[in-house]
Design a protein around this ligand. Structure first.
Ligand SMILES: [Zn+2]
Length: 496
């Protein structure tokens, strides 16, 4: 039996899907306006482990992850700039280029951390019609109101608003009022109300213009006006961030789904609002199990641009650490505990991971030498126990730390090398440390000519200061499984 901690009920529950063996599973994806960092890595490794555990339990997983490429504002509460538009201005590129570039960067991070790519990846900008349709339903049902800034969801009309937080609507509103940092959009009826559709021209220039189908207005030049906007029954504008996830989850997986994941910071606003608008529209339960990964701090501090501690995988590699050693590090803590990343812990994880690979290599060699060992009854029992124990801890709300401890127990045990190897390969289906790929001459394998040529091409681009193009070549090289290390002594390339 599989037990998962459900944020909705605040307790561990036995998981059973609505239509076994099918499990419908939605993961909130990245907002692609900047590089993915190691905090994202932790959240998506957790979501990956969950998918692997579901499959390990013989469920058939149908999983969707969105790419947010419009509408996520710098404040989660409808004020501030659209992160995507801001990113485009920062880099003097079109929003579409920004989205494409950082989506690729994100997908590369998944690959390098051996994170399985969900079956369906959907972009918000490809699903604008579905969002407008959903807002239309909400409007007809009387859950919305329109103000100068956009179309808003009236949270006072939804009686169970905020259930995910464990607080009532009144408590939430009181909290928001007490925290004066919340900017109130003018005309908003309640502090908890949120935007479904924001107007491009809040001052009323294009109000009420009836829509004749959808038209995307992408401009190549960067100016003060928005680059991404669409016609809608309410006026030209763009969707709010929350409606995106509801519309895509309902489109690809149906009104009620089994599991929805995200970072714990999504609980009070993003996921609370997703529930309100989805359930108000469909009249059905939106998500049965909500699972959240706790946040990551770096050297004891919250990650922030000003502290320069938004580490990327590149930073991990530059200090000589493997991507999968970071995965190993994350597996040593439970996803529901806040984790503090330190370089010391990273060193420890790399050491342990190297040691595990060395031991496993030896086991692999011994296994082929002593193939005909016959197991005693006692050892056979031990093998069974290891397998049972591992399944038990992993099915107890994904306790990967205990799972790793069992891997080490297996390594140190007296069962045959063949059994050790088979058990660890089985466990690695969940841990995802790519342990079947170990070899003893990782460093010595030669660099193919194709890669050498790409490295030269990048050098040339850098020489003529075509930094963007050079970076694209770097991403291409990394996509082929190699790492570029720049230092004052020149550029080196090695296998990842
Ligand atoms: Zn979302």
């Amino acid at each position: 039996m599989l037990y998962l901690f459900n944020t909705l009920t605040h307790r561990k529950e036995e998981f059973t899907p609505l239509h076994p063996p099918l499990v419908t599973y939605y993961s909130c994806g990245p907002t692609v306006y900047d590089f993915a960092h190691i905090g994202h890595a932790r959240t998506f490794i957790f979501a990956d482990i969950l998918q692997r555990v579901l499959e390990f339990n013989n469920f058939k997983v149908k999983r969707v992850m969105n790419i947010t490429d419009v509408g996520h504002l710098t404040s989660d509460r409808d004020s501030g700039e659209d992160k995507m538009e801001k990113g485009a201005k920062r880099e003097n590129k079109s929003v579409w280029d920004i989205a494409e570039f950082y989506t690729q960067d994100f997908m590369l991070m998944l690959k390098r951390l051996n994170i399985q790519v969900p079956e369906t990846i959907c972009k918000a900008t490809d699903n604008i019609k579905e969002m407008i349709d959903l807002i239309n339903i909400l409007e007809k049902k009387g859950f919305t109101y329109q103000i100068a800034d956009g179309v808003y969801f009236n949270t006072s009309k939804f009686s169970s608003y905020g259930g995910l937080t464990g607080m009532t609507l009144l408590e939430l509103q009181k909290n928001l009022k007490a925290g004066s940092r919340v900017e109130m959009v003018e005309g908003k009826k309640h502090p908890t109300d949120f935007a479904l559709w924001k107007f491009s021209y809040p001052n009323g220039r294009s109000f009420g213009s009836p829509s004749n189908g959808l038209r995307v207005n992408a401009q190549d030049d960067v100016s003060s006006r928005r680059q991404m906007e669409w016609d809608s029954p309410w006026g030209k504008g763009f969707p709010g961030w929350h409606i995106e996830c509801s519309a895509m989850s309902m489109k690809y997986l149906g009104n009620t789904i089994d599991i929805h994941t995200g970072g714990a910071d999504h609980i009070p606003i993003h996921h609370t609002n997703e529930i309100a608008q989805s359930e108000a529209a469909s009249g059905k339960i939106f998500v049965r199990f909500w699972l959240h990964a706790q946040h990551l701090t770096v050297e004891g501090a919250k990650m922030s641009k000003s502290l320069h501690n938004f580490y990327r995988l590149k930073d991990i590699n530059e200090k000589g650490f493997d991507n999968l050693a970071l995965r190993y590090l994350y597996l040593t803590a439970h996803y529901r505990t806040a984790m503090n990343f330190t370089w010391k812990a990273m060193e420890g994880a790399q050491r342990a991971f190297d040691q595990l690979r060395r031991k496993l290599l030896k086991i692999k060699e011994q296994r082929t030498v002593n193939k005909k060992i016959i197991l005693s009854e006692e050892k056979r029992e031990k093998v069974k126990k290891f397998q049972q124990k591992f399944t038990e801890v992993i099915n107890d709300d994904l306790n990967t730390a205990a799972g790793l401890a069992i891997v080490w127990d297996v390594v140190k045990s007296d069962i045959t090398p063949g059994d050790k190897y088979d058990l660890i390969m089985l466990f690695d289906k969940i841990l995802g440390l790519d342990l079947s790929q170990i070899t003893d001459n990782r460093e010595q394998r030669t660099i193919p000519v194709e890669i050498k040529e790409l490295v030269e091409k990048r050098e040339e681009l850098r020489r003529v200061q075509k930094w963007d193009e050079a970076d694209k070549v770097r991403i291409e090289i990394e996509g082929k499984g190699f790492l570029i290390l720049d230092s004052k002594d020149g550029t080196k390339v090695k296998r990842n």
